[in-house]
Ligand binder design. Structure first.
Ligand code: AMP
Length: 546
């Protein structure tokens, strides 16, 4: 028997329609590329998104066609998100930090027909176009009088001119909510980037779970600033979640340094923000320097890489901001787990509460997970056994976009292999040890590179640290710790680092050597690139190995 309920498709356009209708006066504030902050409302944003949708229709863009964006977190990018998906096309957010050959690959693989870009990316796109024959035109996010030199662009179109020619008087089209809405490629540390193609329905379900109390706990009383870029898994879904509840939305544009982030957080009274640890390292350093305060900020989501304990303690103890440690992947829209306590944890001593926060959190409703051994056998959720994490759920990719063959990650029907190694405790909290390919294998046992790094950065003279396994004749691999010193900690020595680790890790985890470098390599999404680091150290021999 079928239910007697309305069969309304779950479309992304309904989010901005809701925000415009019921939170129409709520502000969206953007730090512009060079000028003062831009301010308008969700109601104005929806009209402009509709105008952009009409303009795309006029350009002949069809349902399912991919439109690439190369843009920072701005109101125009929000308009493009809704305009493109709302008219039935697919928003392909492109990470401008990809290497040129990867950029070329993703634009061609996605078969983008138009690129919508910020003025900062004109040169990047001009260099790309000769290798991207399917791109018909480039829409530049600028007013006519602020257009940069576009002579090298194919069929350049001024965004403000384009939407000026439209009325905005339209109803959002209604179509199957299993249609594709957005496309994001993984940063591809090995091989070519792979595309995750999100749908309307999957995005709405993800949004509903994201706003829930044990997740981001968003409400119409929040002022939300996604620092995580809109080209990195849709800024973790925040442009959708904020519309769903009608929060104030604050967008930092291209200004991601500690001072700019601090100024915007305080001047716009931001209550909720989210980004990877690298951003927060810059913010904390800036606040330390100027004696800053965060009186309005209530919660900060930290994910994308493990959040070091020292960072958590700084936010919570020094600034009174609750840290929400989260884990997810491009392939998961991206949320998988988020760390909030259960009732039984509320009376724990403070130190034990921070101990629990070292976990990347527990599964949100909608995501199921298990860990398996090398033969694919399910391991117990006892907090001790570690294995590869597999996930399943309605906002997790069933397949990559247009891949010739099924990826190894989908070898088991109905499950996606994450490539992350973790333990799951009986309460569902996951304890990530490493990426499967980064774990250090010493004498048949595993050493967590993430744990070594996180403990090392707790040393006040360590700015950043990376641990990699180096070949060893007896143990197979032994850890090498590569350290970047802070500006004020230039006198740091190997012995000081090892003494600091002593007692915080098992003796046999102690790195066989500590090497100091000026900088560490990062991927396009700001994560440590172990691949490049191993390449840099390929001729290095541990003192214990000779
Ligand atoms: P991406 O698809 O670029 O978002 O990368 C996803 C990967 O980032 C995951 O598979 C993890 O390896 C890593 N990651 C994300 N969040 C965390 C976290 N909280 N702790 C450790 N690793 C994380």
């Amino acid at each position: 028997m079928l239910a007697k309920m309305m069969d309304r498709p779950l479309l992304i356009s309904s989010l901005i329609a809701h925000a415009a209708r019921w939170h129409g006066d709520q502000e969206i504030v953007t730090r512009t590329i060079d000028g003062p902050n831009h301010r308008y409302t969700w109601a104005e944003a929806e009209i402009r998104a509709k105008k952009f949708a009409q303009a795309l229709q006029r350009l002949g863009v069809q349902q399912g066609e991919r439109i690439g964006t190369l843009a920072w977190n701005t109101n125009r990018h929000v308009e493009a998100y809704y305009g493109i998906a709302g008219m039935g096309a697919v928003t392909h957010t492109i990470n401008p930090r990809l290497f040129p050959e990867q950029l070329e690959y993703v634009v061609n693989h996605a078969e983008d027909t138009y690129l919508v870009i910020d003025t900062t990316f004109v040169d990047l796109v001009a260099n790309l176009l000769p290798h991207a024959p399917k791109v018909k035109g480039v829409i530049v996010f600028a007013a006519r009088d602020a257009m940069p030199d576009i002579s090298r662009l194919r069929n350049p179109i001024c965004y403000e001119d384009l939407i000026d020619g439209e009325t905005g008087a339209m109803d959002w089209p209604v179509f199957d909510d299993n249609s594709a809405a957005a496309l994001c490629y993984t940063s591809g540390t090995t091989g070519n980037p792979k595309g995750a193609l999100y749908g309307h329905k999957s995005t709405i379900i993800h949004t509903l779970c994201e706003i829930a109390p044990d997740c981001m706990n968003l409400s119409a009383r929040d002022a939300v600033m996604p620092v995580v870029p809109m080209f990195h898994v849709n800024a973790w879904g925040i442009p959708y979640a904020t519309a769903a509840v009608g929060t104030k939305l604050v967008l930092p544009g291209r200004h991601l340094d500690g001072k700019s982030i601090y100024d915007l957080l305080t001047s716009e009274k931001v209550t909720f923000t989210a980004a990877v640890p690298t951003i927060w390292m810059m913010l904390l350093a800036h606040m330390n320097e100027i004696g800053g305060r965060l009186d309005d900020l209530d919660r900060v989501v930290i994910g994308g890489s493990a959040c070091p304990r020292a960072m958590m303690e700084a936010f919570q103890n020094d600034y009174g901001v609750q840290v929400l440690h989260a884990w997810g992947m491009t392939e998961m829209s991206p949320l998988g787990t988020l760390n909030t306590p259960k009732a039984k944890h509320l009376d724990l001593p403070d130190v034990a509460k921070v101990d629990l926060q070292q976990s990347a959190g527990r599964p949100l409703f909608g995501v199921d997970m298990k860990i398996v051994d090398e033969e694919g056998r399910t391991l117990p959720n006892d907090g001790v056994a570690t294995g590869e994490l597999k996930v399943t759920g309605p906002w997790i990719i069933a397949d990559y976009f247009n891949l010739d063959q099924k990826a190894a990650a989908h070898a088991e029907d109905g499950w996606f292999s994450t490539g992350d190694v973790c333990a799951i405790d009986p309460d569902g909290y996951i304890w990530i040890t490493d990426r499967l390919k980064d774990v250090i294998k010493s004498g048949g046992e595993w050493i967590s590179s993430i744990d070594l790094e996180n403990i090392a950065v707790g040393h006040p003279k360590v700015a950043e640290a990376a641990a990699i396994g180096m070949p060893h004749p007896k143990w197979d691999e032994r850890p090498l710790l590569v350290v970047v010193k802070t500006a004020k900690g230039q006198d740091l020595t190997k012995d000081e680092v090892l003494a600091y680790l002593d007692g915080k890790i098992a003796k046999w985890w102690t790195p066989d050597d500590v090497v100091f470098v000026e900088d560490l390599p990062h991927t396009a999404t700001g994560k440590l690139s172990k691949l490049q680091l191993r390449e840099r150290f390929k001729d290095y021999v541990l003192p214990t190995a000779s």
